[in-house]
Design a protein around this ligand. Structure first.
Ligand SMILES: CC(C)(COP(=O)(O)OP(=O)(O)OC[C@H]1O[C@@H](n2cnc3c(N)ncnc32)[C@H](O)[C@@H]1OP(=O)(O)O)[C@@H](O)C(=O)NCCC(=O)NCCS
Length: 336
């Protein structure tokens, strides 16, 4: 078999569809909703992203694409890193396709001056799988171990009254504000300050990542892109008595496939913890999803196994672990 590795133009819909088919087929064995619907990829992948450069790569056997990769190079911070996903058709595995693609991805990262490579592997809870074995055999190490969980929104609805009673009046001096994607003007600056805490506040294991700065301009540019691709970030903010943003949580839903949502960022400022704000924020976002998208049946989330507080909140909401997510990392020597 002679394989050729080459970039795939996301604006060429036939090529993009072939790339999507490989990713879809390579993840079909996993539980839950492991790969975006075609309409979501078709809309999002060709759209320019101010946050990162995206490159699609295909491994071709003649005209047939048998493997695919997604290469993500952050543009605002973490300029030493490069993230990627690899997909090989099930029928073409253990024949070196993944290794060839990985070599191409690593060469691209190196050409961009990126020395820390990061990828994710999903395995059944408590077990190993091909993605982990492949990455370990290629010099990657597990930097963080996370639980990947799914919530049936019917299950959440059945628990809602108990959850509200648990929040009680402990967060009554804070007010919850909800919005769809575009943050109200009066909260933008303070919301940006909270987001800047993310990297130092979430357990990241050994992942080599640095803090980010969220100016109002950066937030607005990110929101604009989301609006343009029909991706809704249904957000709840906890507003402290002095008007500052003390916490936030969000669930993301795509117009192109509103049957499933994904939790994005959840963060409560350390100065405001211990009031059940985390739970109150999540109730607000899950309520908003149910009200806005009655057709949405499930939401997924992912937290480090060591993140006991967030895990307790998610368990109370009804989230169930469906997979273990391994954050894998390899640091390459810089080119001389
Ligand atoms: C992970 C994946 C990309 C590997 O693709 P592949 O084409 O089978 O990889 P290769 O043939 O180049 O395998 C190279 C080495 O990885 C390891 N490996 C790959 N699959 C393995 C498996 N099922 N069990 C044990 N080791 C495995 C072996 O060391 C293998 O070398 P060997 O075949 O000489 O023993 C493929 O299984 C896949 O698409 N999985 C679903 C998507 C995914 O999880 N991607 C994330 C990867 S970071």
């Amino acid at each position: 078999m002679t394989l050729e590795i080459r970039a795939v133009d996301p604006h060429d819909e036939i090529g993009l569809r072939a790339w999507w088919e490989v990713g879809h087929a390579a993840t079909r064995e996993r539980p839950g909703t492991p790969f975006p619907a075609w309409e979501v990829s078709r809309t999002a992948l060709p759209a320019a992203n101010p946050e990162r450069d995206t490159t699609l790569v295909g491994a071709f056997d003649g005209d047939a694409m048998v493997g695919a990769a997604l290469v993500l190079a952050p543009l605002k911070e973490n300029l030493h890193t490069c993230g990627f996903d690899l997909y090989v058709l099930p029928a073409r595995r253990r024949a070196g396709v993944g290794s060839l693609l990985l070599a191409d991805v690593e060469a691209r990262a190196s050409a961009l001056g990126r020395t820390t490579l990061q990828c994710e592997a999903y395995v059944p809870p408590g077990r190993t799988g091909p993605a982990e074995q492949f990455a370990l055999a290629r010099g990657y190490a597990v930097a963080s171990r996370e639980g990947f969980k799914e919530l049936a929104l019917d299950e959440y609805a059945a628990r809602r009254t108990t959850l509200l009673a648990d929040v009680g009046s402990r967060a009554d001096d804070h007010r919850i504000v909800v919005f769809d994607t575009v943050c109200p003007k009066e909260h933008v600056e303070s919301f940006g300050r909270l987001l800047g805490m993310l990297i130092s506040e979430i357990p990241l294991g050994a992942l080599d990542l640095e803090d980010s700065e969220w100016t109002p301009e950066r937030l607005r540019a990110a929101e604009e892109r989301l609006v343009s691709i029909g991706r809704h970030v249904l957000t709840a903010l906890a507003i402290a008595p002095d008007g500052s943003v003390a916490g936030s949580s969000d669930v993301r839903v795509n117009d192109a496939d509103p049957t499933h949502g994904q939790v994005g960022i959840t963060l409560v400022d350390p100065a405001h913890r211990g009031r059940r704000l985390g739970l109150a924020l999540k109730i607000a976002t899950h309520d908003l999803v149910r009200a806005t998208y009655p057709q949405c049946v499930s939401v997924d989330t992912c937290n480090a196994e060591v993140n006991t507080h967030m895990n307790a909140v998610n368990e109370a909401l009804g989230y169930r672990s469906i997979e273990t997510l391994l954050e894998l990392q390899k640091v390459q020597p810089a080119r001389g």
